[in-house]
Design a protein around this ligand. Sequence first.
Ligand code: PLP
Length: 471
Amino acid sequence: MTSSSLKTFGQQVSRRSWAEPWKIKSVEPIRKTSQEERAQAIQEAGYNTFLLRSADVYIDLLTDSGTSAMSDRQWAGMMLGDEAYAGSNNFYRLEKAVQDYYGYLHMVPTHQGRGAEHLLSQTVIKKGQSIPGNMYFTTTRLHHELAGGTFVDVIIDEAHDPSYEHPFKGNIDLEKVDALVKKVGAENVAYISLAGTVNMAGGQPVSMENVRQLREYCDRHGIRIFLDATRMVENAYFIQDREDGYADKTIAQILKEFCSYTDGAWMSAKKDNLVNIGGWLAVNEFELFDALRNLVVVYEGLHTYGGMAGRDMEALAIGIEEAVQDDHVRARVGQVLYLGDLLLDWKIPIVKPVGGHAIFLDAKGFYPHIPQDQFPAQVLTAQLYLDSGVRGMERGNVSAGRNPETGDHRYPALELTRLAIPRRVYTQAHMDVVAEAVKAAYDNREQTRGLEMVYEPKELRFFQARFEPLG
Ligand SMILES: Cc1ncc(COP(=O)(O)O)c(C=O)c1O
């Protein structure tokens, strides 16, 4: 092959290449283990990648949560930690960042996203109420249920079909919301649980038009909308890229406009906000804020630190500002799309279109011969690790858990293995290695067998369940 036949990725897709808007200052060595070492490690982990030691992992795509690389400005900010028990300077910096970029009036910090979900659910949900939302998320739905509520899925039908191409597959179906309101009465709807982007649907965005219409509907019926803003910056990128009238708006402008149609938001700051730990809950109504501020001291910590050190709040305030920079978001989502384009080009079954934070492999498409009660997505996740040391996560029957009333598996339509890309951590070469690992698992699909669950925890079973291979 002559060198002139080699092409950069930009040349392959007929555009100029772009690069990440940062350079690397500090590195963490990683090591690829042998096939024998990986076989032993995954067996000891009960074929559950949550139970692997990270030292046994080569490229870690378990989650994009808390795995971002902080910037030099964030690390410098850590030295400005004001560790006063009450009224830390860093709290006021964080409060201002949330107000400036998300637009809400009042904020309480929490140790991470589920801490905020707990406070909101306990404060706003009355026993027996319904909480409609655009597809369940594991911890969110559990907090709804622990507060005595019932989650009702009102996402558009297309979201449940992995191969259906829709630019805003995270949209809410207003007819489904209306049918629920007619059935139970608006007073029995606690709030709309709106996520942008939708993790379990494959990182799919919600359009501005959809949230605007939802706001109008909710105003007519006196229903509040709370936003899971965990990956809302990535949602803003898709609006900028795909929705009419937004191409010339900045990510920061789009984010603020979207939030303005909601009554408040909770945040796992470990994702978009570029920190390793932290969260927050922000609302506009003072009375509600007052109730949340009362509860945060019971479960998280004083309302001016909520489970975070002062230094963590400083890094988070800086992270919020860095996260909305257009060149950062383009590079972040662009890296996910790069990996997705390779897999799509090789006709590997993945959720389409590719979402903002992860590639979701369609395990039913890989293994049509493995029934869902033999956990195809768990199988694929384990196979990928075995082949290459790449760690992903199951997002299918195991994650969906059991119906609390019938005790049966929930058998979700989407049976997926998620490869979540940490922010500012891996290079294009890592993505190439991952793509080849997925291809190897796909090429070996017909020889692959199912798993049996041999240990099942009661809550959020996907974290700690154990499996054994079927013969
Ligand atoms: C969409 C979404 N909401 C909420 C959470 C919960 O946040 P945390 O893990 O910080 O408790 C997560 C975490 O993965 C998430 O992806």
